[in-house]
Design a protein around this ligand. Structure first.
Ligand code: ADP
Ligand code: MG
Length: 572
């Protein structure tokens, strides 16, 4: 298929009420799938439409569907089938927006989980359009509360998904009950064999409308990939989130079990994360989505199927925690960000040979997926520090600080300079927080397991203190570099330096207790093999002051910098 010229809605000669509603919705011109599908459907053709998520398929069938309805006829005229309740509701809402100036046409959503009596009442009042999930539609057909004899058009939205969910038989039954001369429209993101056989069975000379791939991947999505190993994925994810500081993130895994695992790990690290997958009850899903929409939940971890129903336009980043199995899924996943003209970022983890598969995806989707380097802890610290300083500046610019100036005057004087006081306040805000995070990331998760795998205890030997360095294999660090740097910068004899454990992003080194402070002080602002290094006592070491954790938790003030802080706020 060649490039598609997009049309303006004026060129389509829509009825004035619909045209006005579309304008109110803020649509300036039709999307490619709309440009092609609307006139075909309106002309009565059976259409098989294919385009990625977020390309406006709802209006592509909604607009012509509404145009075809006789508003003076109170009989059921159009049936839209959708795989999930969320999607049915979304479609219904979009129809109601389109019907803003034509409200004599009634649309009702029909889905499982809602009391059937209420739906029966609504249907009895006379509706021309029903949007429903196949199971519940069948149910109403059996009760004769839905009569298909007068239906002129049936639309299957996300047909591939409905087949995946096992609705094939229901769909066949429903379509079988409809008048033979009805129009059948099918929208699907992918075209597996099941769809093609459905087409053969139920469509008459269907027109296949497919949006060319070139236009599929949004240029507004900044796409990166990281080569990681399985064990470091959670750490990598945390760093990306800390660095990007997104308001809403969507993380994809390939299975439900993986989703639960990742949620557990993220929660363990203090993030506000929850799962969305097919095993959840409808009420749970609604709850999760509600939290995600109102921002109390920042990280949604989902399977591909469950994510289809997500109707949130301001997702900042999408992370492919697992590489998707199918190229189309990649497009779908990243298409959840950068919607409605916004920009967005997509991050993909690849393990080992998966990098070849990613190359295929990139070729297939025409996407430029750049290799990224994971932020180091000092990058994250730096990002946080800059943000904090920016915030201080804007508070100063805003003024209205007189009350606090009075307090400051009590501190600043002969003994403490303004600079000392400012520095101490900054430390209170930044430093302890970072110390806590290093503790969270370094010891609790993979290093411990990894040390144990190698038959070593994670505790340093008697008389030694374990130090943490925020550089590792990723910085091409080897043991001799660590020994060289410590000996060279601090004068601690190399032969006294104990075990060194180098991980991808960080390193542990054991130092005799009496030299610990020499090393901590001596390594400040120093570099190892060109990398600025931050050395801290490793978390879990007995030298650590036990109160530092709770202290830092109470000092998270920056409301914009969410995630673990809010979480700890609740823990109180
Ligand atoms: P799909 O079903 O293909 O995933 P949707 O129908 O859900 O896509 O539309 C995605 C978003 O794009 C929605 O917010 C919708 O309101 C918006 N949209 C649809 N058509 C247009 C258009 N012509 N111009 C601008 N925005 C549009
Ligand atoms: Mg859709």
């Amino acid at each position: 298929m060649e490039d598609i010229k997009t049309m303006s809605f004026e060129e389509m000669y829509l009825s004035p009420e619909i045209a006005k509603a579309i304008k109110d919705m803020g649509f300036e011109e039709a999307t490619p799938i709309q440009s092609q599908a609307i006139s075909l459907i309106r002309a009565g053709r059976d259409v098989l439409g294919q385009s990625q998520t977020g390309t406006g398929k709802t209006a592509a069938f909604g607009i012509p569907c509404i145009e075809m309805i006789d508003e003076h006829d109170r009989n059921l005229q159009a049936v839209i089938l959708a795989p999930t309740r969320e999607l049915a509701i979304q479609i219904c809402e979009e129809f109601r927006k389109l019907l803003k100036y034509k409200d004599s046409i009634k649309v009702v959503p029909i889905y499982g989980g809602q009391p059937i009596d209420r739906q029966i009442m609504a249907l009895k009042r006379g509706v021309q359009v029903v949007v429903g999930t196949p199971g519940r539609v069948m149910d109403h057909m059996d009760r004769r509360t839905l009569k298909m004899e007068t239906v002129k058009i049936v639309i299957l939205d996300e047909a591939d998904e409905m087949l995946d969910m096992g609705f094939r038989e229901d769909i066949e039954t429903i379509l079988g009950k409809m008048p033979a001369k009805r129009q059948t429209v099918l929208f699907s993101a992918t075209m597996p064999p099941g769809i093609l056989s459905l087409t053969k069975e139920f469509q008459l000379e269907p027109e296949h409308v497919k949006v060319v791939r070139k236009e599929l991947t949004a240029p507004l999505i900044d796409q990166h990939y990281y080569e990681v190993n399985e064990r470091s994925k959670t750490e990598a994810l945390s760093r990306i989130i800390d660095m990007q500081n997104p308001s809403l993130s969507l993380v994809f895994c390939n299975t439900k079990r993986r989703v639960d695992e990742v949620v557990e790990r993220l929660q363990g690290r203090g993030y506000f994360a929850e799962a969305l997958h097919g095993d959840l009850k409808q009420a749970q899903r609604d709850m999760v989505m509600k939290k995600f929409r109102n921002g109390t939940l920042e990280i949604l971890v989902a399977t591909d199927v469950a994510a289809r129903g997500i109707d949130v336009d301001d997702i900042d980043i999408v992370v492919n925690y697992d590489l998707p199995q199918d190229e189309e899924y990649y497009i779908h996943r990243i298409g959840r960000t950068a919607r409605a003209g916004r920009s967005g970022k997509a991050f993909t983890f690849v393990v080992g040979k998966e990098v070849y598969k990613l190359r295929d995806i990139s070729r297939y989707t025409n996407a430029k997926i750049q290799k990224g380097k994971l932020p180091t802890l000092s990058d994250i610290e730096e990002a946080k520090a800059s943000k904090f300083l920016e915030k201080v500046k804007s508070l100063v610019d805003e003024g209205q600080l007189s009350k606090y100036v009075n307090l400051a005057e009590r501190l600043v004087g002969d003994e403490y300079s303004a600079m000392d006081v400012a520095a101490a306040l900054i430390k209170m805000n930044l430093y302890d927080e970072n110390a806590m995070e290093i503790e969270e990331v370094s010891y609790s998760d993979k290093p411990r397991r990894s040390s144990e795998q190698r038959g070593r205890s994670h505790q340093p030997e008697q008389g030694m203190v374990r130090l943490y360095l925020n550089i590792g294999k990723a910085n091409r660090i080897m043991a001799k570099d660590v020994v060289g740097a410590i000996a060279g910068e601090t004068g601690v004899p190399g032969k006294l330096i104990g075990a060194i454990d180098i991980f991808d992003e960080f390193t542990f080194v054991d130092i005799p207790r009496e030299y610990a402070h020499t090393v901590l002080d001596g390594m400040k602002n120093k570099k190892v093999k060109g990398n600025k290094v931050n050395v801290q006592k490793a978390a879990g070491d007995q030298m650590r002051k036990p109160q530092s954790k709770s202290f830092s938790r109470d000092h998270h003030k920056d409301g914009k910098d969410k995630g673990r802080k809010k979480f700890f706020g609740f823990m109180g």
